[in-house]
Design a protein around this ligand. Structure first.
Ligand SMILES: [Mg+2]
Length: 413
């Protein structure tokens, strides 16, 4: 049987199955057909290439929400990556103070050991900003290693760049149900989206809605507007206690929603587990989680049905592949979080191409925030519902000099 899970999901998607049907079918497929490739097994160190290089300098270019990293090796070869967005100036400071000293002079090909060293060396300052900064190192290293081989990052793992189905991800709760339905309909018609995500409840809402009745009106309004052929996903952003989440989940089931994301405060794994056990709609989560031990618990319980690691919150691709592998071992699909059009969505394209348990689509932000654009070329765009996959060496893009020139540069060497 040469069919991969990915081929299977695509074939199933082409048949017009809803995402719930897709996931159930994929579970069966995974259980019956799939063997985990050794290189992605949990705990396995990924060591693609002995490079013989040493990291000579690490630069950050910080502007607004974004900080780009340039790594230079002792032979002059370079790679570009990105620190996680928002408060990028803080993360860039952490990068030079708490990450770069552990990386300079080491072999970039030993990336798995290097990211572990950076985490362990910062054991007094765990997770958030350390991981955000570390992601800049990791993603710049992958670009460098792949460019040295004249390959795309995903090709280092034997995968091939090819367009990936997008789901249009709304970030708005300040929008009325009718206006949300109208704009999603316009986007479906102009860009061919076959899937969208909408926002219910209120962020960390303690069971409150953005305004009374919005969720109960939004879900059926969007379903009615988009019809039965469009996959609709829903994000609760840590809003609910389990009883309320289950109540909202019944509304989602009645409207054939594809997944219910972060229904409960994300740190309350047992709450989320109660909700996923009670509902038929798959529960998704994990975008905020950056501790691999917490991921192991989340998957073991299991708290969720679908894992959503964010490559740049987690500390980079190497650590995100470990999460995907843990999920794969447990038979769970992985649909990473990529909620803006700076470099995280690009990195996620490569990850989805690499992992055998990739879900059927990639998160593609639909908000027109100006700061996301002009960073690299070619830009990511959705056409006929698919995201273009830049196919050149490394991440496949060129970071724009015009963007770098307006940024604040810092260097460690
Ligand atoms: Mg989310």
């Amino acid at each position: 049987m040469n069919t991969t899970r990915r081929d299977f999901l695509k074939a199933a998607a082409a048949l017009g199955l809803t995402s719930t049907q897709l996931l159930k079918a994929a579970e069966t497929f995974a259980a019956e057909k799939l063997q985990t490739p050794d290189k992605l097994k949990s705990g396995h160190k990924i060591m693609p290439l002995p490079s013989g290089l040493k990291i000579k300098s690490l630069e950050t270019f910080t502007h607004g929400h974004v900080s780009i990293v340039r790594i230079t090796a002792d032979d002059g070869s370079e790679g570009f990556g990105q620190i996680s967005t928002y408060d990028a100036d803080i993360s860039a400071t952490v990068f030079h103070r708490k990450i770069a000293p552990h990386a300079l002079g080491t072999d970039p090909a030993d990336i798995d050991s290097l990211v572990d060293t950076c985490i362990e060396a910062n054991y007094k300052y765990p997770w958030s900003y350390v991981c955000r900064a570390l992601s800049g190192l990791d993603t710049a290293i992958w670009d460098l290693l792949a460019k040295k081989q004249n390959k795309s990052v995903c090709e280092l793992f034997g995968a091939t760049p090819k367009p990936i189905v997008a789901y249009g991800s709304s970030m708005r709760r300040d929008i009325t149900p009718k206006d949300e339905a109208d704009r999603l309909l316009r986007l479906r018609d102009s860009h061919g989206y076959r899937a969208f995500k909408i926002r219910v409840g209120k962020v960390n809402g303690h069971d409150q809605d953005q305004w009374p009745g919005r969720t109960e009106e939004l879900v059926p309004t969007v379903r009615k507007a988009l019809g039965d052929d469009t996959v609709i996903l829903v994000d609760g952003n840590s809003c609910y206690t389990p009883p309320k989440a289950i109540e909202v989940g019944r509304l989602l089931e009645a409207n054939n929603i594809g997944h219910f994301e972060e229904p409960c405060p994300y740190w309350e794994l047992e709450w989320t587990a109660q909700v996923s056990a009670a509902l038929n709609v798959p529960v998704a989560g994990g975008e905020q989680d950056n501790d691999l031990a917490q991921w192991r618990r989340m998957i073991k319980i299991p708290a969720v049905d679908i894992v959503q690691p964010d490559i740049l919150y987690l500390g980079g691709l190497a650590r995100s592949l470990r999460v995907a592998a843990m999920a794969h071992d447990a038979g769970m699909p992985c649909v990473p979080h990529s909620a803006n059009l700076a470099m995280v969505t690009l990195f996620t394209l490569h990850m989805l191409a690499i992992i055998p348990n990739a879900g059927p689509h990639i998160e593609f932000a639909i908000e027109p925030w100006p700061w996301q654009f002009g960073i690299f070329s070619p830009e990511l765009k959705v056409k006929n519902g698919l995201v273009n996959f830049p196919s050149g060496p490394g991440w496949g893009v060129t970071v724009n000099q015009s963007w770098l020139r307006k940024a604040t540069r810092q260097i460690s060497k």
